[in-house]
Each structure stands twice: as structure tokens, then as C-alpha cells.
Ligand binder design. Structure first.
Ligand SMILES: N[C@@H](CCC(=O)N[C@@H](CS)C(=O)NCC(=O)O)C(=O)O
Length: 307
């Protein structure tokens, strides 16, 4: 079976969403550590410009955004399902709410707490990444509001656990739990030294849930160099994919397009459309170092324009 190669860095909370899924599924995986700010010279040949973290590589297939990365992991290793039969929509919708709402509120809390301790290069990078000035004094002043907003969202998850279930959708963990673990882990690790910190101190069911999640660990990573990951891409052939000719977007196979995230890190990636389904867009690209590769994006949250 082709290796799952995760390009990530240890302090990245969206990477922890994926690493905890490796833990739930008890998977072995290859770990390529990437820089936490631009430039990322060994990642760009694979993604074509997409700069966010993490990125999953399977041979010559590159998966951007954890929405899609989690679906790929599920396909690769279906046991201990992240998407239990009949509840796929629920799990994915909860993950979308968490990624797009709770995560950003929690970032406000964390950056309000540690923003002034982060290197200037990081602050500058995140200003470019978000399109908003990273100002530690303003972040600190806004932290109390962010804390209340984080609580107001997390309390909904606390409510879900109130009937005694161990995980958000029932007795077993799913994609929704991995998604929620991202901001909860971020708060605990960056502000609480691994312990429940505000607003988790007022959410005892969630604090206990996060300990249960942590116990799954991160599976079994093996370090891989970026050069080796590029060599894997170069020697592999991407999996076949196809374009639905009746897709309501009107996009056609072979068309040159640019795909850009709609929120942060808005760097367009250009290529030739080779795959189009209700939940993904796939473009082929050629790179001197990575060879012929296919880069996959979710459709939700990504804007397509003609290249
Ligand atoms: N929607 C993306 C969000 C990823 C994201 O924002 N990741 C953060 C790190 S946790 C990031 O890319 N930060 C800038 C960087 O790493 O260069 C996903 O689900 O993968």
C-alpha cells in the first residue's frame, strides 16, 4: 500500500486534527516537517503554491485542506471509521462548523495570550497569511471577547456530551471529534501546558473528552526528508480521476483553471482540470522537482477561476 506522507509541523493545530485521526486508526505514516512560515521551498513543488498546513501526499497525489485529507485517510484505512455509515453528512457538517467557527475564536484566545512572544518573522507571515495586521497589543485587548465567543461555541459541544455519550456522535470517535480536538488541543497545549485552560475550566465534559481523545495518540510516524518525499512524487503515477461532464459549474476536463482558498493563504494554484466530483477539484501540474502530479482540493471554501 502506498504510504501516507503528512507535510506538517508539530505546533500546527490543523495538523493535530489529522495526527489524532492516525491515532484513532492506529496507522503508520511518514512525517515530513515543513517550516511554519513562508518560504516553504520543498512544499511548493508539490502543491503549486498552496501554502497552508497540513498537506497529505500519497505518491503523486497531493491533497490540500483537512476536509479532503480526512476523506482520503478514511478511504485508505476504513477500519475505525471517521464517517460512520449513515452519519457521514452529520460528521462532515460538524467538522465544517468547528473548522470555520470554533477554530478562529480559539485562535483569538491563544494569540491574545502568546502573540507578543512570537518571533517578528512569524507575526509578519501571519499578517500576509490572514490579510490582517498581526498586532499583539490588539490581539491581547480582543482576547476577552474571543474567550467568551469560544465558550459560547464550545458549550454546544458540551451539550452534546451531556447525555453521557463518550464522543460527539455516540460511543465511538468520528471526524467531528478529530475536528473539535484541533482547537481544544491548541488551547491546552499553547496556553495550558497540556492542561484544561479557560474556557475549558467551565466545560468539564469537554475537558474529560479531550483526555480520552489524547489517549489515542498520533499513530506511528516515521521521519521522511522533503527530498525523499519529492522523489516519491517523481517516481509515482497519480491515481486516475474523472470530470463529471454534467457538473453544474460548466467546468470541463482539460480546462486550465486557478483554485484559491476563500479565507486565508489566498495563493492561486493553476493547473489542468482532470477531476471534478461534488466534493473535490483535481488539477494536474508538472514540476521539475516533483514530476507529473495531481493536486486535489475540496470544493467548499475554494474559488475556481479560468487561468
Ligand atoms: N482549511 C484549512 C486550514 C489550514 C490552516 O489554516 N492551517 C494553518 C496552520 S494550523 C496554516 O496553514 N497556517 C499557516 C502556515 O502554516 O503557513 C484546512 O482544513 O487544512
Amino acid at each position: 500500500m502506498t504510504d501516507l506522507i503528512l507535510h506538517h509541523y508539530p505546533t500546527s493545530p490543523f495538523s493535530e486534527k489529522v495526527r489524532i485521526a492516525f491515532g484513532l486508526k492506529r496507522l503508520g505514516w511518514k512525517s515530513v516537517t515543513i517550516p511554519n512560515i513562508m518560504p516553504k521551498p520543498d512544499l511548493m513543488p508539490l502543491t503549486g503554491g498552496y501554502r497552508k498546513t497540513p498537506v497529505l501526499q500519497v505518491g503523486a497525489d497531493i491533497y490540500c485542506d483537512t476536509q479532503l485529507i480526512m476523506l482520503e485517510i478514511e478511504k485508505h484505512a476504513p477500519a475505525s471509521p471517521l464517517l460512520p455509515a449513515g452519519r457521514e453528512g452529520e460528521a462532515r457538517a460538524l467538522a465544517m462548523w468547528i473548522d470555520r467557527n470554533i477554530f478562529w475564536a480559539a485562535v483569538g484566545v491563544v494569540m491574545g495570550g502568546i502573540g507578543d512572544k512570537l518571533p517578528e518573522a512569524f507575526q509578519k507571515d501571519r499578517s500576509e497569511f490572514s490579510g490582517r495586521s498581526f498586532d499583539p497589543a490588539k490581539l491581547k485587548a480582543a482576547a476577552p471577547v474571543a474567550l467568551q465567543q469560544t465558550y459560547a461555541q464550545l458549550v454546544l459541544a458540551e451539550e452534546m456530551l451531556r447525555d453521557g455519550r463518550a464522543y460527539l456522535l455516540g460511543a465511538e470517535p468520528t471526524l467531528a471529534d478529530c475536528a473539535l480536538y484541533n482547537p481544544v488541543w491548541f488551547l491546552k497545549e499553547r496556553l495550558g501546558g497540556g492542561k484544561a485552560v479557560a474556557p475549558l475550566d467551565r466545560l468539564p465534559l469537554l475537558a474529560a473528552w479531550s483526555d480520552r481523545m489524547k489517549a489515542f495518540g498520533n499513530g506511528t510516524p516515521t521521519e521522511m526528508t522533503a527530498a525523499d518525499a519529492l522523489a516519491v512524487a517523481k517516481s509515482a503515477t497519480a491515481a486516475a480521476c474523472s470530470v463529471d461532464p454534467a457538473d453544474p459549474s460548466g467546468l470541463k476536463a482539460g480546462q486550465k483553471i486557478a483554485i484559491t482558498p476563500d479565507d486565508t493563504g489566498k495563493v492561486p494554484v493553476t493547473g489542468t482540470l482532470v477531476g471534478l466530483t461534488p466534493d473535490r477539484l483535481s488539477i494536474s501540474r508538472t514540476d521539475e522537482r516533483a514530476g507529473e502530479i495531481v493536486v486535489h482540493f475540496p470544493r467548499a471554501g475554494f474559488i475556481v477561476t479560468p487561468a
